[in-house]
Structure formats: structure tokens, C-alpha cells
Design a protein around this ligand. Sequence first.
Ligand SMILES: [Zn+2]
Length: 267
Amino acid sequence: MPSPISKLWKHDYHDIKMDLDRCLTAALAATGRQRPIPVFFRADDVAVPGKRFCKLVDLFSRYEVPLSMSVVPTWLTERRWKSIERLCNKNFKLWCFYQHGWRHMNHEPSGKKQEFGPARPIAEIEHDLVRGRDRLMSLMRDAFFPAFTPPWNRCSKAALTVLRASGCKAISRSQGAAPPALTGMPDFQVNVDLHTRKEQTAALGWKNLYAELASSIGDGFCGIMIHHQRMNENALTFLDGLLEKMLTLNAFCFYHLKNLTEDYHEA
Ligand SMILES: [Zn+2]
């Protein structure tokens, strides 16, 4: 099933570089910052090394910017992992591969979608979380990092408790996610959504996207969420422009989830 492309990416764009420059420069000036602002890019729903995924890896490789990849365990096979490894091999330090659910399936009978929500018994949650981690560990070996993003960015407190008990070192959800993160297992949240935007018009999509970018800079931490399956050429051009601009402004420092977690535990 093809993933829908958000309205703003269907619209042929005016001057991306000029608008990006204006947005980032103004937001940086407003912070009165003393040090570089941490930036964390997170690509969700990774497992199939198709054309769009290859373009994403190529882009981050070219700029040498780290990328965290949340991988759905049941979607990954030995063969797919070998292709991903080959593709990422040039500069393996750039990537952080970690767990994204078990099979990205909703189990809630009503309300918002969740794979590990309150509708499921804790034993079932534990079973799927642990076999997901074990599957990724056996396929990826040293390349696997024990962190977790719940599908749709939400899960129950029971799921968080199971994760922490099973050795998960960090999670990543959306800004303001509930329930709160548990002690010892920090939540590095995303606060900018590039590709799952639901605005009804392209103009509103752009307005809100730039507002999110500016506000993440104001917050002193940019967590930027990517869905490569929903990217078209316009979305790729924008991401290229964003990376280029962030690098030339020289006001940001780039991390993936493993670096962030290590810094957090050392601090
Ligand atoms: Zn997902």
C-alpha cells in the first residue's frame, strides 16, 4: 500500500533555500545562544532498502550527518539487513539502528493507534518487545543499539517498565508524550515532523513546519522525524536544503540516539 504524501510536498515550491535561511537565522538570533544546538534526525519504519531509503542514506552520507533509524523487527530479514549494511558501509559511525515496535500493528480497539497500549496484557507486551529486540540483535549484532520508538510514538506505562527492565537505554517519542519517561531511560523526543503532516492545504503545512523548526531551535533541541516512504522529490530537496543550511550556519551539533544516550549517562 503506497504511503500518502503530505500536501506541502505535492506543491511545487518557491524558494526553499531563502525561506529556510530566513527561518533558521531568525530563530537562532532569538535564542541568544552561547553554544551549538543539538540536532537529532530520526528515520522511522526502516527495514526495506528500497529506492527512497537509498536516497535518504545517500543524502546523510554526503553531508556526514548522523541518522537514527528505527527498525521494525518483523519487516527485517537477513537479506534486507545485508543490503542495508552494504549501503551504509562507507561510514558506519553515522548510523544508529534500534527497535521500532514488533510488527507495527495496532492493538487498541478504539482511540489512537498503539502497538503497546493499555488494551494489551503485560505478558503479551513483554513477549513482543523482547522477541523484537532479540530478532534485531541476532540480525544486526554489534550494529544494534538497545533503544526504542513505539509505533505512532505512544505506548503504555507498562510497556515502558518492561523496556527498562529488559535493558533498553533510551526511548524516542514525540514532544509532550505521555506517560512520562522513566528514570534512567531518557526520552529524546522529536519536535519537528517532516512527512506525516495532516494539514489540508500546502500553505498551512509550510507555515506549521517552519513554526515547528523555529520553536525547536527556541527549545534548544531539534528532534526531526523522517518517514522516507512518504518522501517525494520535493521532500528530498527540502531535506537536502535543511542539512546544507544547518551545516553552513555552524550553529548546530549533530547526534544520533547512541551519542545522545552516552552523553546523558555521562553527564
Ligand atoms: Zn512507525
